[in-house]
Design a protein around this ligand. Structure first.
Ligand SMILES: CC(C)(COP(=O)(O)OP(=O)(O)OC[C@H]1O[C@@H](n2cnc3c(N)ncnc32)[C@H](O)[C@@H]1OP(=O)(O)O)[C@@H](O)C(=O)NCCC(=O)NCCS
Length: 176
């Protein structure tokens, strides 16, 4: 017999076996969340519901208009959206106009990446709204380490508490 003991943000994540020991629930994606929505300027809104994400649009943005994901295949974009805490930015007509995602274990670490606002709508505060929502997200905001990499938008992220890496000599990377 199984009894859910998941916490407030991870319901269904854990169960107690009849011998009293706790195990991870045998599901492929362990994080079961209820989607949330935040309202911003000019009736734009952000949702963390991955099923709302317009994958074709996000794929086009990232694979053809970003400097870090040039040529990223569609299925890679789809998996990254599914298996991250992905936030979509939408207009009042529900058309997607931006995206970002946290790669996170929901416990100790989160990496903010693929931050993108439709070029036609930049410069009117939507990127700020998106990053503000992402950094205030209840499942990530208090994690001990939150990181990101950016070529030129440091000032945007600085407003939300990001600073240059304190000890860059400790960091390494492995690229493929
Ligand atoms: C970065 C991005 C998400 C910002 O979206 P946006 O809707 O234009 O953001 P805002 O209108 O809220 O502007 C936020 C502030 O950041 C600044 N800013 C935005 N993009 C910047 C950039 N690439 N370099 C330097 N500053 C930037 C803006 O000038 C603005 O400053 P201000 O408030 O003093 O005027 C958007 O420009 C984008 O999608 N860029 C291409 C993808 C990208 O570079 N993503 C970030 C990767 S880490």
């Amino acid at each position: 017999m199984r009894r859910n003991v998941g916490g407030a943000t991870h319901r269904g994540f854990l169960y107690v076996r009849t011998d009293g020991t706790t195990r991870l629930a045998p599901v492929r994606s362990p994080v079961i969340r209820s989607a949330k929505r935040w309202h911003g300027p000019d009736d734009f809104w952000v949702s963390d519901d991955p099923t709302l994400v317009d994958l074709a649009r996000v794929h086009r943005w990232l694979s053809t208009q970003s400097y870090w994901a040039d040529g990223r295949p569609y299925d890679v974009v789809a998996r990254s959206v599914r298996d991250s805490l992905t936030l979509g930015l939408y207009g009042s007509d529900a058309v997607q106009v931006g995206v970002c995602r946290w790669v996170t274990d929901y416990a100790t670490f989160a990496w903010l990446c693929d931050v993108f606002v439709d070029p036609a709508l930049r410069g009117r505060g939507l990127g700020t709204f998106l990053v503000a929502t992402a950094t205030a997200h209840p499942e990530v905001k208090d994690l001990r380490l939150q990181v990101l990499a950016t070529r030129d938008a440091h000032d945007l992220y600085r407003r939300f508490g990001f600073e240059p890496v304190a000890a860059p000599e400790r960091w390494m990377e492995r690229r493929r």
